[in-house]
Design a protein. Structure first.
Lengths: 557, 109
C-alpha cells in the first residue's frame, strides 16, 4: 500500500466503523455489477420477515411510549443484541477487515480503540440514562434546566447528528447496493428510504428493535461462519495463518506489529476521542437505553452488547488476516489480475471476496443480503431518533408545553418520519457523486463535542446551569463545524483549496475540551436565581439517578 | 416529568437523609470510577506501547513462532475490559440494587 491509499483507507474505514457509513472514495468509485440473484433472493426473504414483524409490531404500538421506546418492554439480552447491531454493521465487517488486510496489526490497534468506549458507557452512563430519561436524551439534559431553551438546543444537536449520518448512510447504501446487487444507485436509495419509512411509521421502536436484532444475529452468524470457513484452510491454526500471511503480504513480518498508521499522534488521538465519546452522543444509540424496563436491564444490555461487539471484532480481525493469504494471493480478485494492484470493487471489498473464495456465490449472496439489512436497520434507528426529537422535544414539550395529546404527538412523529425519509432520499441522490467523508467527521465531532459534554455534565455535575450548558454546547457545535470546514475533507476535497487550514479530519481533540471548558466557566459565573434553583435541584436528580425512584416505569406487554 | 418530581419530592428528601444512601452513592461511584480508570489505564498503556515501544509488540510469542506478542495483548485488552464490564454489572445488579430497593422501601414507611 502506498501512502495516499493509506489515508483514503483509514478515513474510509473510520467512516465505515460505527455504522454502515460508506464514505470512502474507494467505494464511491464502485462500478455497477451484474445483477446478483442470490443476494437479491436472500434479501427479499429478510424484507418479508421484517415486514411481517412490522405488521405485528404495528398492532402492539398504541401509545407514544410504545412508539418511542417499545413500551420499555425489551429485555436486557434483546436490547444488547440491538445495541450491538447498531454498532457492528456491515461496515464494521467490511471496513475493519479491509484495514487489517492492508495494514495488518495497525488495523487491530484500531479495532481495540473502537471497543474501549463501551465499558465506559456501562460504568458511567447506562443506569443514569435509564433512570433519568424517558424518550430522548434531551429528557435528561433538561431534567433540572430550562425546558424550552435546553430542549430546543438538544433537539437541534440530535437532528444535526441524525441528518448528517442519514446522508452518509444513504450514499453508502446506494454505492454498496449498486456494487453488490447490481441495482441502480437512485433505485437503491429509494428502496432503503421506502423500507425505512414502513418500519418506522408502522412499527415504531418495536419493529426497529426487532429488525436490528435479526440483523445482528445474521451478521454474527455470517461473520463467524466466514471465519470458520477461512480458518479451515489453515487447519484452524493461527500459527499457520500468521506464517503464511507474513509470506504473502507485501510488507512481510511488519504486519505482525505496529506500523506507520499511528505516525501522527494528534490525528490518532483526535479520532479515537471523537469515536469513543461520539458513541455516547449518538441519539439513536442513547435511545436504546430507554427501551428496557429498568436500570438493571439497561446494565445487562450493555454487558451483552459489549460481549457481542468484542467477539465480533476478534472475528473480523481473523477475517482480515485470513484474507491476506486467501484473497491477497489470488489474482482473480485484483484489477487486471495484478496482486500488487487494486482490488476489484474497491478497497472495502475484502470480506466479500473472502466470502466468495471460501463459501462460493451462495455465501457471497448471503453476506451481501446481510450488508443491505444492516444499512436498513441503522437508518431506521436514525429516523426514529430524529422523529422523536421533532415530535417529543420540539412539538410536544417546547411548542405545546407538554400539553399535546398522545394522538397529536403520534401524528407529528409520523409526519416527521416521512419528512426525514424524503430529506434522506433527496440528499442521498444529490450527494451521489460527492465525497461525504466530511459528514462522518461532522457527525462524530458534533456528537462528541455537543451532545456528549452537555449530557454527561447534566448527569454528574451539580454546578451545571442552563446558561453554561447552552454556551458550552454551542461552543462545541460551532468549533466542531468550523474545524471540519477548515479540514482537508472540506477545505481541500470539496472546496478545492491547495492546503487545509486545520490539517486534521477530526475536530474532537480541540472542540470537546473547549465545550467542557465553556460549560464549567459559564456555569461558575452564572449567579442568577435560576442557576441557584437548577443547582439545588441536582440533589433530587441524584437520588433518582441512584435509586430509579420516579423514573418512567415499563408498561406491561 | 415535573409532576413525577414533585410527587416524589418527599421520598427524595427522606432517602437523601438516610445514611445508607451515602453508602450506596459512594460505593457505586468508587467502583464505577476505578473501573473506568482501569480500562482507560490499560488502553492508554497499550497505545503508549504501540507509539513508543512498537518493537516490543513485534517480538515473537515464542521462539520461532510467527505470531507476535502484540496479537494476544490486543485481544487481552478487549477481553479484560469486557470482564470488568461484567463485574460492574454484577455488583450493581445485586449489591447496589438491593441497597437501593431497601432505601425506596424505607422512604415509603
Amino acid at each position: 500500500m502506498k501512502r495516499p491509499n493509506l489515508a483514503t483507507l483509514t478515513l474510509g474505514a473510520l467512516a465505515l466503523l460505527p455504522a454502515a457509513a460508506f464514505a470512502g472514495p474507494a467505494v464511491a468509485a464502485a462500478e455497477k455489477q451484474p445483477l446478483n440473484l442470490h443476494a437479491i433472493g436472500m434479501f427479499l426473504v429478510f424484507v418479508l420477515a421484517t415486514l411481517a414483524i412490522t405488521w405485528w409490531a404495528a398492532r402492539q404500538t398504541r401509545s407514544t411510549s410504545d412508539f418511542y421506546t417499545a413500551g420499555g418492554g425489551i429485555s436486557g439480552f434483546q436490547n444488547g443484541l440491538a445495541i450491538a447491531g447498531d454498532y457492528m454493521s456491515a461496515a464494521t465487517l467490511l471496513g475493519l477487515s479491509s484495514l487489517m488486510f492492508a495494514k495488518g496489526y495497525d488495523g487491530f490497534v484500531y479495532t481495540v480503540a473502537f471497543f474501549v468506549g463501551w465499558p465506559l458507557i456501562t460504568f458511567l452512563m447506562a443506569e443514569r440514562l435509564r433512570n433519568l430519561g424517558r424518550y430522548t436524551f434531551a429528557d435528561i439534559v433538561s431534567y433540572r434546566l430550562d425546558q424550552t431553551r435546553i430542549r430546543t438546543f438538544a433537539a437541534f444537536g440530535s437532528l444535526t447528528v441524525v441528518c448528517c449520518y442519514l446522508v452518509v448512510q444513504m450514499v453508502g447504501a446506494g454505492q454498496l447496493i449498486k456494487l453488490l446487487f447490481g441495482l441502480d444507485y437512485p433505485v437503491a436509495v429509494m428502496v432503503v428510504g421506502a423500507l425505512m419509512l414502513v418500519y418506522v411509521i408502522f412499527g415504531g421502536m418495536i419493529a426497529t428493535t426487532w429488525v436490528q436484532i435479526i440483523k445482528a444475529v445474521l451478521l454474527l452468524a455470517g461473520g463467524t461462519t466466514l471465519a470458520l470457513l477461512a480458518m479451515a484452510e489453515f487447519g484452524f491454526s493461527y500459527s499457520t495463518l500468521a506464517s503464511r500471511a507474513v509470506d504473502t503480504h507485501a510488507i512481510g513480518k511488519a504486519i505482525m506489529g505496529p506500523g506507520s498508521m499511528l505516525a501522527d499522534p494528534f490525528n490518532a488521538a483526535s479520532m479515537s476521542l471523537g469515536l469513543v465519546f461520539g458513541i455516547a452522543g449518538l441519539p439513536h444509540i442513547l435511545m436504546r437505553f430507554f427501551t428496557v424496563p429498568n436500570a438493571k436491564e439497561a446494565r445487562k444490555s450493555v454487558f451483552f452488547a459489549t460481549g457481542f461487539i468484542g467477539f465480533f471484532f476478534l472475528v473480523v480481525a481473523t477475517l482480515g488476516f485470513a484474507a491476506i493469504v486467501i484473497v491477497g494471493s489470488d489474482p482473480q480478485y485484483f484489477v487486471g489480475g495484478d496482486t500488487k494492484g487494486a482490488l476489484i470493487g474497491g478497497g472495502n471489498m475484502v470480506a466479500m471476496h473472502l466470502a466468495k473464495a471460501v463459501g462460493g456465490n451462495l455465501f457471497l449472496g448471503f453476506l451481501s443480503a446481510v450488508a443491505f439489512a444492516t444499512i436498513l436497520a441503522v437508518v431506521s434507528g436514525l429516523a426514529l431518533a430524529g422523529a422523536s426529537a421533532i415530535s417529543h422535544d420540539l412539538y410536544a414539550t417546547v411548542l405545546k408545553k407538554g400539553k399535546a395529546s398522545e394522538k397529536d404527538e403520534m401524528r407529528v412523529t409520523r409526519l416527521a418520519t416521512v419528512g426525514l425519509g424524503i430529506v434522506a432520499i433527496l440528499l442521498g441522490i444529490l450527494f451521489e457523486k460527492q465525497n461525504v467523508a466530511f459528514l462522518v467527521g461532522l457527525t462524530f465531532g458534533v456528537a462528541a463535542s455537543t451532545n456528549f459534554p452537555v449530557l454527561i455534565m447534566a448527569m454528574y455535575w451539580k454546578g451545571l446551569t442552563t446558561r453554561g450548558a447552552l454556551c458550552g454546547g454551542i461552543a462545541g457545535l460551532v468549533s466542531a463545524m468550523l474545524l471540519v470546514i477548515l479540514s482537508p475533507a472540506v477545505w481541500v476535497t470539496v472546496l478545492g483549496h491547495a492546503k487545509a487550514i486545520f490539517p486534521y479530519d477530526h475536530p474532537a481533540l480541540i472542540s470537546m475540551p473547549l465545550a467542557f471548558l465553556v460549560i464549567v466557566v459559564v456555569s461558575k459565573l452564572d449567579r442568577s436565581a435560576r442557576a441557584a434553583r437548577e443547582q439545588a435541584a441536582f440533589d433530587d436528580q441524584f437520588v433518582r439517578a441512584q435509586t430509579g425512584l420516579g423514573s418512567a416505569a415499563a408498561l406491561a406487554h | 416529568m415535573d409532576l413525577s418530581v414533585s410527587r416524589h419530592a418527599q421520598n427524595y428528601d427522606h432517602i437523601r437523609n438516610n445514611p445508607k444512601f451515602h453508602q450506596l452513592a459512594q460505593s457505586r461511584s468508587r467502583l464505577a470510577w476505578s473501573l473506568s480508570a482501569a480500562v482507560l489505564g490499560v488502553y492508554f498503556l497499550f497505545m503508549a506501547t504501540v507509539a513508543f515501544a512498537p518493537a516490543w509488540l513485534h517480538q515473537p510469542l515464542a521462539e520461532g513462532s510467527p505470531l507476535s506478542v502484540g496479537l494476544p495483548i490486543g485481544a487481552a485488552v478487549i477481553l479484560f475490559s469486557w470482564l470488568l464490564t461484567g463485574w460492574y454489572v454484577r455488583c450493581a445488579n445485586t449489591r447496589f440494587d438491593a441497597l437501593s430497593a431497601e432505601l425506596v422501601q424505607e422512604s415509603r414507611q
